[in-house]
Design a protein around this ligand. Structure first.
Ligand code: DQA
Length: 167
């Protein structure tokens, strides 16, 4: 097995399902974790899925990921809009980062439009609810594959070569 992809969730995301369901939906964090685990298993890489309400703990996990992870998927919650510490940790990690938000942060309050995470991210997926995490896992997989550093060899694709498909 190769290095895992870390999926890090910030403050209040432990309340998913109960918290403002009209904005964040009814799915819980455990439901989301299960979906991400299934997707990662299908793509053939290990997953480290975590949530914290504490900025320092998120920074510590990003520092840990620096040596242990292949890439980072980050929903920093409200710290997205405020945390230079998380930005600095992500920059120091020097890993591919994909930013995810359940809601579309660009159609909400003005203060949510600015993201510190975006400054170091490959890209941002915002507004697709839990599906955004699955899109991010797929995007990270494609990115790592294109760099020849995919976490492990996936099942179907590894055997398929141009011109060798049987009809
Ligand atoms: C969020 C958007 C943030 O603005 C907010 O503070 C959150 C969740 C999202 O997933 O839509 O906590 O990151």
């Amino acid at each position: 097995m190769g290095k895992p992809i870390y999926v890090l969730n910030g403050p209040n995301l432990n309340l998913l399902g109960a918290r403002e369901p009209e904005v964040y939906g009814r799915e819980t964090l455990d439901d989301l974790r299960a979906r991400c685990e299934r997707k990662a298993a299908a793509l053939g890489f290990p997953l480290e899925f975590r949530q914290s309400n504490h900025e320092g703990e998120l920074v510590a996990w990003i520092q840990e990921a620096r040596t242990k992870a292949a890439g980072l998927i980050v929903n920093a919650g409200a710290y997205t809009h405020s945390s230079i510490a998380i930005l600095d940790a992500l920059a120091a990690a020097d890993l591919p980062v994909i930013e995810v938000h359940l809601s579309n942060i660009h159609r909400r309050e003005e203060f949510r439009r600015h993201s510190y995470v975006s400054g170091v991210a490959l890209g941002q997926i915002s507004g697709f609810g839990p599906t955004g995490y699955l899109l991010a896992l797929r995007g990270m997989y494609e990115h790592l594959s294109s760099r020849g550093s995919k976490p492990s060899v996936p099942r179907a694709r590894s055997t398929r070569r141009a011109g060798s498909r049987k009809h």
